[in-house]
Design a protein around this ligand. Structure first.
Ligand code: ZN
Length: 199
């Protein structure tokens, strides 16, 4: 009967619209922390669709206070059981040091030691000299990915049974890999093998 199909569609629509009020988690019970870079297509990289995940993006795909805030909410209150960190090759956060960027801002007349980092919470002040650290630049994408997973695992605000993994998106090949697993090196040179056998 047609009305059954219509009723089914209407109840699905209601469940979608009222997900948070009804305590329905996202489809994959997944929270993703990813860099904001335009070359990182999060859904495509993970093979997920609309409705599958809560996705948090910032410069670098790094564990910041707001990332922790969002991870805490999704895992403690919105039914999320899994976290995936997505960093990527040729990230803008590897192009300059925090000190350099702070200096550029300083030259533009911004007092980096006194600026409000969250205009809605003026109480939140960085100690003097911390602005460079707060920017969180890095030099090695594999190391930073492993580190973000570790930071999330060690956060007391995220339940211990949440499964956390990190992956690297390679912008040069538009494909995913695990940290330190560089297939492109292995198929092009025997260096890796030599390194392993001589160690
Ligand atoms: Zn990036």
């Amino acid at each position: 009967m047609l009305h059954q199909q219509i009723d089914q569609k209407l109840s699905e629509k209601k469940a979608w619209a009222l997900r948070r009020q009804l305590g329905i988690p996202n489809n994959k019970r997944l929270w993703v922390l990813a860099c904001m870079d335009e070359r990182l297509p999060v859904e495509k990289a993970l093979g997920i669709n609309e409705g599958d995940a809560h996705i948090f993006r910032n410069a670098g795909g790094l564990v910041t206070d707001d990332a922790i805030r969002s991870a805490m909410l999704t895992t403690q209150f919105f039914g999320t059981k899994e976290i995936i960190v997505l960093n990527h090759t040729e990230c803008g956060m590897m192009t300059a040091s925090g000190d350099f960027l702070s200096e550029v801002l300083h030259q533009k007349g911004i007092d980096v030691d006194r600026v409000n980092i969250d205009p809605s919470l003026p109480e939140l002040q960085l100690p003097k000299g911390f602005f460079s650290k707060w920017i969180k630049t890095f030099t090695d994408v594999d190391a930073i990915c492993v580190k973000q997973v570790e930071l999330l695992r060690n956060s007391p605000l995220i339940p211990e049974d949440v499964v956390i993994n990190g992956y690297i998106w390679q912008v040069e090949s538009m494909s995913l890999r695990r940290p330190y697993e560089r297939l492109s090196q292995k198929v092009n040179t025997s260096e890796e093998m030599e390194r392993h056998t001589t160690n």
